[in-house]
Ligand binder design. Structure first.
Ligand SMILES: Cc1cc2nc3c(=O)[nH]c(=O)nc-3n(C[C@H](O)[C@H](O)[C@H](O)COP(=O)(O)O)c2cc1C
Length: 199
């Protein structure tokens, strides 16, 4: 399943999401479902109902449960988001807060039902800026250790696609080509491990 946190279907983020869908479909072995977080109207604000559930005082909010059902139906979840202020946008952060947070409610430390997670962070600026200031390391630690490891997701990864605002068509083509490859890799990753061993 692809989860996309971007409001504009003409954006680089959505172009890469479509390339990933194509890459998955071309592999023939897996199906791609895309969840448009903006169009779905998902409310990212961690509110009173979330807190009441967290404290064991009430049931899970229905919209959060719906998101969890999407996640539980997927072998692999790919989350695409643009980098805003060297981090993820509020919509994506709120989705993690509410949906992943709810797996951890009541019996703290319970594993999330997410099996495999790949994050794709699209950045307007270049890799040099991210490396120089430690932004890549910061976002990687925060998401891979802080979210995926904490949620006991055994198979998780993140990658950064840089220079998304470049006017150079070659860069745009590289982004799309990488999206297509990601799709093929995710289709492979969705297979049980024994299918991936060459015999
Ligand atoms: C509010 C806002 C904050 C942004 N912050 C960053 C940033 O911290 N670093 C960066 O490289 N790009 C930043 N950008 C650029 C986005 O990452 C860029 O729009 C994104 O990579 C994807 O392009 P797209 O909007 O065409 O999908 C920001 C853009 C916006 C609108």
């Amino acid at each position: 399943m692809l989860v996309v946190a971007h409001p504009d279907h003409d954006s680089a983020t959505w172009a890469v999401a479509r390339a990933i869908e194509q890459g998955i479909r071309s592999a023939g072995s897996a199906t791609a479902t895309t969840h448009d977080l903006v169009a779905s109207g998902f409310d990212p604000v961690y509110g009173k109902a979330d807190l009441a559930h967290h404290r064991g005082l009430s049931g899970l909010p229905a919209d959060v449960r719906r998101e969890q059902e999407f996640l539980e139906s997927a072998e692999v979840t790919v989350v695409l988001f643009p980098v805003y202020w060297w981090s993820m946008p509020a919509l994506a952060k709120g989705w993690f807060d509410r949906v992943f947070g709810a797996y951890d409610d009541v019996s703290h430390g319970s594993p999330s039902a997410v099996r495999k997670l790949h994050l794709v962070a699209l950045a307007g600026l270049g890799e040099g800026t991210f490396d120089r200031h430690g932004y890549k390391a910061a976002l990687t630690t925060q998401t891979m250790h802080g979210i995926a490891d904490y949620s006991q997701i055994g198979d998780s990864s993140i990658e950064f696609l840089y220079d998304t605002e470049s006017k150079d068509p070659a860069i745009h083509e590289q982004l799309i080509a990488r999206g297509y490859e990601i799709g093929a890799e995710m289709a492979q990753r969705a297979q049980p491990a024994y299918d991936r061993v060459a015999v």
